[in-house]
Design a protein around this ligand. Structure first.
Ligand code: F6P
Length: 337
């Protein structure tokens, strides 16, 4: 069999570990492995890279993706498109390249495109990838643990400077429309207030909590904000800056903002992400070997399973408002607004 592998959407640590997992396992099944460059664009322009034992060595710990990525959405008409029928061209190029299947590593947008390509007759396997941890159908995505580690390290470092200056420190974390990173890093980093898109908040509650802490003699507070909360949307200003402005204006407490941004997606994957990526990659190769296509690899109760792509495509997995961690955090006094 000849298989193609592509990575699409926002990059994250663990993609190369996944490429290595799929590729090395596929080679043991006697398959020919081709890397497709820059996400779905590579299929539009026949941009390929032959992968073998040598090129798959030494990439387990590498951040980013050796194949490059893009946010090309072939089923979405975009301004200035010069190719009239991108899906048809992809199908023709897939056949011309002689692929028996393509493995699409990506988030919910990528899995939606993978499902659509499967619908028009391509053999496709999806592998969920994103720091946001918001792909429906799997309990966890690789990239998430590394992002939580980086974000927690940042929050840990804010405590000492906040204490020295008696300040409120606001940190804004990525996560797109989901609050998973802010929730886990906020809990791990001892955030006093955690605001996530899934839980409506009132600024009066936040400000009262911060003033109460100050009245009780707490020298500082840490406020962890997911980028996807409603603050700032109307004025088109970042959530963290918007929350900080409102806090300082109402409480008169000196407030500063930190935004780690893309550092959450940078550098080497955590050990857990390397393990998740390797598990998913090798499981994807086993599906290829069994010719079980049209599925996304997933982890459910720590077991590897295959979920039909048409069930997953484009769906987001958000933090349930009654999520156990939220209840436990409230029990130790964390404010969710
Ligand atoms: O999906 C990963 C992510 O980092 C989100 O958390 C963030 O909102 C988005 O990508 C940023 O998109 P881009 O990389 O296109 O700027």
């Amino acid at each position: 069999m000849k298989i193609g592998i592509l990575s699409a959407g926002g990059d994250c640590p663990g993609i190369n570990a996944t490429i290595r997992g799929v590729g090395k396992a596929a080679i043991t099944y006697g398959m020919e492995v081709t890397g497709i460059l820059d996400g779905f664009s590579g299929l539009l322009f026949n941009d390929y890279l032959q992968l073998d034992e040598r090129s798959l060595s030494g990439i387990l710990t590498l951040g980013g993706t050796i194949l490059g990525t893009s946010r090309e959405k072939p089923f979405k008409k975009q301004e200035g498109d010069v190719i009239s029928d991108k899906p048809q061209l992809i199908k023709e190029n897939y056949e011309k390249a002689g692929f028996d299947c393509i493995v699409c590593i990506g988030g919910n947008g990528t899995q939606k495109t993978a499902a659509q390509l499967s619908e028009i007759g391509l053999n496709v396997i999806g592998i969920p990838k994103t720091i946001d941890n918001d792909v429906w159908g799997t309990d966890i995505t690789f990239g998430f643990d590394t992002a939580v580690n980086i974000a927690t390290e940042a929050i840990d470092r804010l405590h000492s400077t906040a204490n020295s200056h008696k300040r409120v420190m606001v940190i804004e974390l990525m996560g797109h429309h989901a609050g998973w990173i802010a929730l886990y890093a906020g809990l791990a980093g001892g955030g006093d207030v955690i605001l996530i898109p899934e839980i409506p908040y009132e600024m009066d509650h936040v400000n009262e909590e911060l003033m109460e802490r100050s009245r009780k003699g707490k020298p500082y507070s840490i406020v962890v904000v997911a980028e996807g909360i409603k603050a700032g949307k109307k004025e088109d200003i970042p959530a963290g800056a918007c929350i900080a402005q409102q806090i300082e204006k109402k409480t008169r407490l000196e407030t500063r903002v930190t935004v780690p941004g893309y550092t959450l997606r940078g550098g080497t994957p955590s050990p857990l992400d390397r393990v998740i990526a390797t598990r998913m990659g090798t499981y994807a190769a086993s599906l290829l070997h069994k010719r079980e296509f049209g599925r996304m690899v997933a982890i459910r109760n720590n077991e590897m399973i295959a979920v039909p792509l048409k069930e997953v495509g484009g769906k987001m997995r958000l933090v349930p408002p009654d999520y156990f961690l939220i209840k436990q955090a409230k029990r130790i006094g964390t404010c969710f607004g």
